[in-house]
Write a protein that binds this ligand. Structure first.
Ligand SMILES: Cc1ncc(COP(=O)(O)O)c(C=O)c1O
Length: 437
């Protein structure tokens, strides 16, 4: 019998299965060949419209020309010296820019690391050193990374935490303000319920005086694009202030224009003590940051913070270029308009498909939650997977999220044209029709 010639993708999939463990997950069985703007081309010549942005990393799109130019110039100078061995200007320049654009009317400092998880870890170290307290409060539906402390702060158990304990101590979890599923046990509003639950935690779980920090995503990323009520973050900041607890905003997924502002906390007018950023910061180069009040950032001793690659020069110049683009005229306004457009289109789809239980978003961070029926709100996990598969088949790369795996989320590059956006949303609607009609 003649054996069929394998496609390049099939051949690479076989090699991948043999060489890389299954735990390293893939959302789509495709291999990239090249990418530009909002388009990704695979090794077999198939083209995808990229609504995933490499997991929320490409707010300025694949290979933005300004980022490429900065990288090319840096390639000809030096790639690595280690900031701890021989310092270089791009690290300092980026710290200055991040101090400038991070909310807070007070002096700030910034440290740079390789990943969001590492930034979260360092924010907690700094908070502990600055307060002399040990405990950290985190939320249900939170995702803060896959290192041990990041994972301890993370909520979703399967697949992130199964078999990986024991987890770090002194982590206390409270409900996230999730209006669509808020039990409102304590009183009228979702905000009042969650604030009361935290106050209750100070009676039944941990003394407020032992709590160094509360860490929160202003909109949950991996946790299903849950947008808290507008009064929640100010109420949380007030609670922290009353108890001498630091507020850490994890803006790894929400930052750099995704919500139509530089950072999502800008919408709430809240000034976190420490702000963690990553992902779209450097447009694909591994980089993350902790920016915070200068007095807090100075708390750890000399040598207490750092790492071999943290603030790599290539990543720093890419990030400086990203911030130029972010601050260029009309960029954030465009992100807001794009978000409004997606939200309106999602609302139209919601009227057509009963499977869409809720549509929600902040700026261009928009998601739809699929349910088996709107009464019970039972998460429609299988249907969500089918819709994503139908999108992929039709050339749209798009992601789910949420502890129930039932939220379809948009992380499209913010530089997308109206025509391409419509093209992608048409595909999503077709996929929903194929699965849910
Ligand atoms: C809000 C948030 N925090 C932290 C992380 C971890 O970032 P990294 O994967 O770069 O370690 C992520 C990644 O998805 C995230 O969305």
């Amino acid at each position: 019998m003649e054996s069929r010639v394998l496609s390049r993708t099939e051949e690479l999939l076989n090699r991948r299965r043999a060489a890389v463990p299954r735990g390293v997950f893939n959302v789509a069985p495709i291999f990239a060949d090249s990418a530009e703007g909002v388009w990704l081309h695979d090794v077999d010549g198939k083209t995808y419209l990229d609504f995933a942005g490499g997991l929320g990393v490409l707010n300025v799109g694949h290979r933005h020309p300004h980022v490429l130019a900065a990288l090319r110039a840096q390639l000809d100078r030096y790639l690595h010296t280690c900031f701890h061995v021989a310092m270089y200007e791009p690290y300092v320049a980026l710290a200055e820019r991040l101090n400038e654009i991070t909310p807070g009317d007070f002096p700030k400092k910034t440290m740079l690391v390789n990943s969001g998880a590492e930034a979260v870890e360092n924010a907690v170290k700094i908070a502990r050193a600055a307060t002399g307290r040990k405990a950290v409060i985190t939320f249900e539906h939170a995702f803060h990374g896959r290192t041990l402390l990041g994972l301890s702060l993370t909520s979703k158990v399967d697949p992130y935490k199964v078999a990986f304990g024991p987890f770090a101590p002194e982590v206390y979890r409270v409900p996230y303000p999730y209006p669509y599923r808020c039990p409102q046990k304590h009183s009228g509003t979702c905000t009042a319920h969650v604030i009361a639950t935290i106050e209750e935690a100070f009676r039944v779980q941990v003394d407020a005086g032992d709590v160094a920090a509360v860490i929160i995503e202003p909109v949950t990323g991996e946790g299903g694009f849950i947008v808290p009520p507008p009064d929640f973050l100010p109420a949380l900041a007030d609670l922290c202030r009353r108890h001498g607890i630091l507020l850490i905003a994890d803006e790894v997924q929400t930052g750099f224009g995704r919500t139509g502002r530089v950072f999502a906390v800008d919408h709430a007018g809240v000034e976190p003590d420490l702000l963690v950023a990553g992902k779209s910061l450097a447009s694909g180069l591994p980089l993350a940051s902790v920016t915070g009040r200068a007095d807090l950032m100075e708390a750890p001793q000399v040598g207490g913070l750092g790492g071999t690659y943290g603030g790599n020069p290539l990543a720093c110049v890419a990030a400086l270029a990203v911030i130029d683009v972010l601050q260029s005229e009309g960029f954030l306004e465009r992100a807001q308009a794009l978000g409004a457009n997606v939200l309106a289109r999602f609302q139209t789809m919601q009227r057509r498909f009963p499977v869409i239980g809720e549509v929600r978003g902040l700026g261009a961070m928009v998601g739809m939650e699929l349910v088996e029926d709107r009464e019970s709100k039972t998460p429609a996990r299988a249907a969500t997977a089918q819709v994503l598969a139908a999108c992929l088949e039709r050339g749209l790369l798009i992601l789910k999220s949420g502890v129930y795996d039932n939220v379809i989320r948009i992380l499209v590059p913010l530089v997308i044209s109206d025509e391409d956006l419509e093209r992608g949303l048409n595909v999503l609607e077709e996929a929903l029709a194929a699965v849910a009609d």
